[in-house]
Structures are given as structure tokens and as C-alpha cells.
Design a protein around this ligand. Sequence first.
Ligand SMILES: [Zn+2]
Ligand SMILES: [Zn+2]
Length: 460
Amino acid sequence: MVFVHLHCHFKGSFSDSALPLERTVKKAKECGHNAIAITDHGELSFVPEFQRKCRENGIKPIIGVEVYFVPDAKQCIKKKDNERYHLIFIAKNENGYKNLVRLVSKSWIENNFYGRRGLVDYKLLREHHKDLLCLTACFFNPISQIYFKNGISKGEDEFLKLREIFGDDLFLEVGRHFIKEEEESNEFLIKLSKKYNVPIILTNDVHYLEKEDWIKHDLIIKSRFGRITDFHVDSRDYWYKTTDEMKELGFPEEFLKNTLIVSDKCKEYDLPNEGDYDWVDFDVFPVEFEEIDEKEAEWVSNEVLGNIEKEIVEGIVKFWRRAKVIPERIIKCKEKILGEVVPLRITERVFTVQYLLSDLKNFGCSLSDDLNFLKNPDTLMWLGWALFRRNNFDKAERFFLNSISNGSDNPLNFYGIGIIKWKKEGNLKEAKEYFVKYLKMDSSSKRSKKVRKILDIISK
Ligand SMILES: [Zn+2]
Ligand SMILES: [Zn+2]
């Protein structure tokens, strides 16, 4: 074995991946690749499933993420500067994984770029780089992009900043997708590699499994906003290549072999269990979330939850029937939920529903338009909370509002919006209005006491 793929986009790279998990892991095995990395765009949501499937097939899972990087996030947000770069971070061990979670979560919470993406910058990196490897990702990496814009010495400065943080754990990434800019990036990175003795690795920015699958990826990309756009994917070379196909790209064999150095630096570890997040040193969920978590089981009785899931699954099946095909994975989820084969825990249910929704999103439905089949106010509210959990406050708010306009009289909708207005937007006036509405509907529960306390705090 002389090579492993270290740059692969799976389902977590919403609207930018047509790479099927199970078949990819099987192909890795056939190719004699004994490890494979997941590097979704700014997301770790698909990691547990990825790890499980790799282990089932005797492939070593390497866990990473391709983040949106800017030198100074606060500055970027202030100036509404949409420019951003790509960098990959890979966890060497359990502690590294915890730092990945911190980086990704804090990017969304502290450096949220207008609800569109979370940004990682040098400040966050300096805090949370321990036990992480840094790979320079595609030619959108900061070193090459700043070199293109501002010349050699500025590009080199970016490289030196990263090397100062990561030392021996920095790897320069080259690839060949037959794009002019990429070749210029390769040339620059290879020069830096020689000058500073930093290893080069060859990757293929994998977005789909087989050569001919480019058309699926193209379709997903073109339809990701719920309508067909003329977005043009710059290459048709993003498939999971065999070692021979990688060799044919014409780089020194050393660049392939160096991928094994990265793989060897990564130890196997278990992901933290549910509830085992006491190492999280920041507000994952803005206040009182835990209380909601407990209450979830209470206000969503099994029967209600069952109906909610049924509506979602039936709606999704209906959607696919319109498209004249029901993918196997949808049938599996349907069986899982409607067949009641295995009673799922709430967290698994949330995961399954999110999986179904991301699947729809991958095929070009926007949550607001194409989920119009969701009419049940409970469904809408429940999804609101599922999104809230993932700090996706904009969408959560939309679901709460839809739930209310569909006739829900559940005060939790108002509570959720109140928290979002308060904690995320800092809009005390509107937060207050929603909390007051909440109290009108529920004035005697434990939560209402809490809401009064919050009102006291924000009224000061
Ligand atoms: Zn990239
Ligand atoms: Zn990529």
C-alpha cells in the first residue's frame, strides 16, 4: 500500500457531495487503501456514521474537516468581506477531535458570517490547534491565494504563520484536476516545501465515487438553491481514484507515500458518548438547552413523536415519488422509522430526520420551499428544536414561526424564538415580546419561572 485519500467530501458537505459512504469504504478496501479521511466543509455531523462504517469494514477512519479560513474573522464580519480560504484540519487522537469540535462550533458561534458559514481564524487556531494536523487543502488555501494576490513574500508569510503553529504537523497539499490556477499553486507550494523541508502530500479533493458520477455532483451543485443555476464546476476529475490513477497524475511517488505519514500520525479513538461532553468549555447551546433536552421526552410523547416522524417520512417519500424514484436510503430510513424495528432514542431520531432533510437538501430543495408538505405545527416546532440544537438559529426561527402560523398553541415556539432573539441577535426588545407571549400561555411551570428571571435580566 502506498497511498490513502486524505481529502474526501461526504454528506456533511451539504450540496457539494455525491460520495456514498458505504460504497466508498468498500472501494477503499478494493483499492488496498487501509485508511480514509473525511473532510467535509465546516461540518462534523457525518463523522459518527463515517467512523461506524469504516470500522465495520476494517478501514481506519481519519477524522478531519475542511474549514473556511480567514486571517481575522471579526474584521471580515465587520467589513462583510465574503472572501475566505480553505484549510483542512485532521485529528491525531481523541484530544485532537475535541479541538476539532471546539474549532467548528466556535467558528459558528463566535465567527458566524451572516448565517452562511462559520469562520476559523488565527486566533481560534492558536487556542485549539493541539493534536491537530494541518493540510493546506485545495488551491483556495490562504498561502496560494495570498501569493496570487499579493506576491511571493506575502504568500510565504502565510505559510510561516501556519508552520509556526503546526510545526511538523503541517503538510502542503498538491493535486491535479487540470486547472491552471491549481498548477500555479502546486508550483509555489513545492518551492516552499524544498526551501523549508515540509512534506508534500498528493490528494484528489474527492466529491464522488466513479469517474462518470461527475454528472450527479454537477446536478447537486447546480440545483443547491432549490432552482437550477448555471454554476460551473471547474473540473470533472473529483472522483475516488485508485492508486494507479493517482500515480498517473505525474507527481513524484514520494508525494503519494507521504499520505501514509499523515495516516500513521492519526491514532484510533472512540468519539465521546452522548452526554459525555463535560470537556466542552463554551456554550454549545445558548442557555437552558439542557432543560429542553430533558423536557423533550416529556412534551414529545412517543405517540406524538411517531406522528411527527411519519409526516416527515411520508412527505419525503411523496417528494421522491414525484421524482419517479425512491432511493434505497430513503426506504431504509422509512423502515427504520415506520417499521418500528428498533426503537430509536430521541437523539437518533433527530439524527435520522436531519439525515433525511440533508438528503433532500442535497438534491436541491430549500428547506423553506420544498418542505411545504410539512403542515403539522408539532412537526415544525420539533424540527425547529432539532435545528436549534445544532446552532442553526436562522432556520430554527423559521420553523418556529411556521409552526405558529400553522396554528400551534405550544408556548415552546415563543420560548425558542425568545432565546434566539436574545442570545443570538441580542435583540432585547423583540426577545422580551416573545417571552411575554410565552408567559401569557404558560405562567405556572418551572420554565415560566425561568422566563420571568430572564425578563428580569434583560429589563435591567
Ligand atoms: Zn477546498
Ligand atoms: Zn475539498
